[in-house]
Design a protein around this ligand. Structure first.
Ligand SMILES: Cc1cc2nc3c(=O)[nH]c(=O)nc-3n(C[C@H](O)[C@H](O)[C@H](O)COP(=O)(O)OP(=O)(O)OC[C@H]3O[C@@H](n4cnc5c(N)ncnc54)[C@H](O)[C@@H]3O)c2cc1C
Ligand code: SF4
Ligand code: SF4
Length: 619
């Protein structure tokens, strides 16, 4: 066979991505597919391997099914319903029931954040003791958790342990999960999806085949392709490109979550199952979370959003300032950083719902608009969508009906529309609208939507269209201009991002690195050798129009990059340099590009399927 010939394989169902959505799908379909008739023949027979059970293969980009990033507190209703009779808090390693949930407003004791008039009013109200109780630790705790956020009785889960456990369950019922296998995109046959194409290997960074090493990605032909590749997956993005979003839908609201997993110090008195949510610091728009696992470990993190109107959006340094806020620091001081990670979260929720199915494909999970942005939750919601699709698929199989758009709409989409999940997502829709105006209106809007069902009339805009220049971003903020000028000049000369220079000039104190809990960004990247990229794949971050980058003065992609994988070009006026050995696949650069590609509503980054990224089950 010619070495460069693309191989083809037939299966019944091909799944792109193994996150909670795919796990819910596989957990539901797996045990059913393992069933046999009295004569020993499979209840659901494969069309591609007659006599065998239906063949399902799931392809995951990361090198291990347990390399997820998010920390998880979840009501877990759908997950629990998938395993009746099992006590999941005991069954899943490092899981624990939610014991104690608190929402705290953090004050800025450093005076470095940008606080508008509205934010100052909120600060004053909370300082005066309205709404909140307890004044210690430069924070106020809400005396109750709004019902729309309340996760009790729920679970605190460690993503790595949970996904490893879910993968074992799926494989026990005979399903195949193939880690380290990025899916390049759907195989289109006219308007139908005929399967999934895996990424080419043995190529240069620009995709050029290397003689003697080139292995074109296999074509996996399937009657149904299940697209479960999360918010920034290449397969879902290709479908959006081809079919567009339904009228009136948009995917403009995002968050970049960065998380640290910490070994807590002996003195920490927080019991496993404690959940802390914060807002107000290090910038008003940055939300924080801390979830305590068993074994004296905890996940801590923050979310940076597109409505934080600055070109300098360094999540890593903000995470460290947040960790050092007295409200959090008292619990973690003396602890040790075990792992960290970053990931985008699609916050448009149901407003960002794409076309859910078509001939030969169906979408589940966050890429299908399942984030509940009132509850700040997506795991159980993604899982629930996977369960619904699995039940629809089983029904179609039993009735001998094909996976056409019509049949999938009559089953999967109809079930989704009638579900409690859909009602919850619709109730949450527009909850974040206010943040498009300001933090003040964001808080008001979220409260109104959550408590009274009222959505504010503000509209989201493409993130690229709201990145201000540095001067505008610094307006109303304390800033040492001399220090800024010197810092920016030094950073530009050294071809470094500007964020440290800007934050230093705005008065943010240096981080007292201790090599244990507070580390240099590069040291965190190397922690346990946890960011790696398998050789032989093309760069997965490229630029649609390099000319736009050459004209770009904001370079938000570089400033936000979670892993310093995007760095300033060698010469001014060049294109950012990308190092795939460092990229954690967080997707932050996609929606933090400062330039709209003309004629589109998206930025200039082209994000393809890639292998590698974080190697950490501890997340
Ligand atoms: C920091 C952070 C904290 C969070 N905290 C919570 C929380 O406390 N509670 C909660 O309920 N939700 C939380 N969420 C949201 C939650 O993580 C997501 O909603 C959920 O993981 C979505 O599941 P999914 O299966 O749809 O997608 P993902 O979890 O994104 O899974 C998609 C999978 O597809 C893989 N993939 C992507 N592209 C490809 C490709 N081309 N080929 C093959 N594989 C591919 C990815 O590697 C990934 O494993 C948080 C999110 C973040 C970022
Ligand atoms: S990707 Fe976007 S933000 Fe980055 S340099 Fe290019 S145009 Fe600017
Ligand atoms: S280059 Fe990689 S690590 Fe950097 S923002 Fe983009 S996806 Fe994240």
């Amino acid at each position: 066979m010619d070495q460069t010939e693309r191989q083809e394989m037939q299966t019944d169902i091909a799944v792109a991505g193994f996150g909670p959505a795919a796990a819910g799908f596989l957990a539901t379909i797996g045990p059913e597919l393992a069933k046999t008739r009295e004569d020993g023949t499979p209840l659901y027979e494969s069309r591609v391997m007659p006599g065998c059970p239906l063949q399902v293969v799931c392809y995951e980009r990361a090198d291990d099914p347990g390399f997820g990033v998010s920390g998880i507190v979840t009501r877990g209703e759908a997950i629990k319903a998938s395993f009746p009779g099992l006590d999941l808090a005991k069954e899943i390693p490092n899981a624990v029931e939610v014991k104690n949930e608190k929402l705290a407003y953090l004050f800025d004791g450093l005076g470095c954040s940008k606080r508008s008039f509205g934010t100052k009013m909120i600060d004053l109200a909370f300082k005066a003791g309205f709404f909140m109780k307890g004044g210690r630790w430069n924070a106020r705790e809400l005396p109750f958790i709004p019902s729309f956020m309340d996760k009790k009785p729920g679970l605190v889960l460690q993503m790595g342990s949970f996904m490893t456990w879910a993968a074992q369950k799926a494989m026990e019922s005979g399903l195949m999960i193939m880690p380290g296998t990025p899916v390049a995109g759907p195989i289109f046959d006219g308007d139908r999806v005929a399967g999934l194409r895996l990424a080419d290997q043995g190529v240069e960074k620009d995709g050029t085949p290397v003689e003697g090493a080139y292995m074109p990605g296999m074509d996996v032909k399937a009657a149904l392709s299940v697209v479960a590749d999360g918010p920034v997956g290449a397969v879902g993005r290709a479908l959006d490109e081809k079919y567009g979003l339904p009228d009136g839908h948009h995917a403009y609201d995002w968050g970049l979550g960065m998380k640290a997993v910490v070994q807590l110090p002996e003195k920490c008195e927080l019991e496993p199952g404690t959940v802390l949510h914060t807002m107000g610091f290090p910038e008003p728009e940055i939300f924080g979370f801390m979830y305590v696992y068993p074994n004296r470990t905890a996940a801590l993190g923050i979310f940076v959003s597109p409505w934080m109107d600055t070109p300098v959006r360094t999540t890593y340094r903000y995470l460290q300032h947040w960790m050092m806020h007295p409200y959090i620091w008292r619990h973690i001081e003396g602890g040790r950083l075990l792992s960290w990670g970053a990931k985008s979260i699609a916050e448009s929720g149901v407003e960002g719902e794409p076309i859910l199915c078509g001939d030969g494909f169906a979408r589940i999970g966050e890429g299908s608009g399942t984030t509940d942005c009132l509850a700040n939750a997506g795991v159980d919601e993604a899982w629930a969508s996977g369960v619904m699709l699995a039940n629809a698929v089983l029904r179609l199989l039993r009735e001998g009906r094909d996976f056409t758009k019509e049949n999938l709409e009559a089953t999967y989409v109809a079930d989704r529309r009638a579900s409690a999940l859909d009602r919850r997502l619709r109730r949450a829709s527009g909850a974040r609208n206010g943040f498009n105006k300001s933090f003040f209106w964001g808080m008001v809007g979220e409260g109104l939507r959550g408590m009274l069902g009222i959505a504010l009339p503000f509209r989201s805009v493409p993130p690229a269209s709201r990145v201000p220049d540095l001067e505008k971003a610094l307006k109303g903020r304390r800033c040492d201009r001399e220090k800024l000028k010197a810092g920016v000049e030094a950073a530009e000369k050294a071809r470094r991002p500007l964020h440290d220079a800007v934050m230093d000039a705005c008065g943010w104190p240096p981080i007292p690195f201790d090599g244990a809990l507070l580390m240099q960004h590069q040291d965190a990247l190397l922690l346990g050798g946890k960011v790696q990229a398998a050789p032989g794949f093309a760069d997965h971050v490229t630029f649609a129009d390099p000319g736009l980058c050459r004209e770009c003065s904001k370079h938000t992609c570089i400033e936000v990059c979670s892993a310093q994988a995007l760095m300033p070009p060698d010469e001014p006026g060049g294109v950012p340099k990308f190092d795939r050995e460092k990229c954690v696949h967080c997707g932050g650069c996609i929606w933090n590009c400062a330039r709209l590609v003309p004629g589109t509503d998206h930025g200039n980054i082209v994000f393809r399927a890639g292998s590698g990224g974080l190697h950490s089950n501890e997340n």
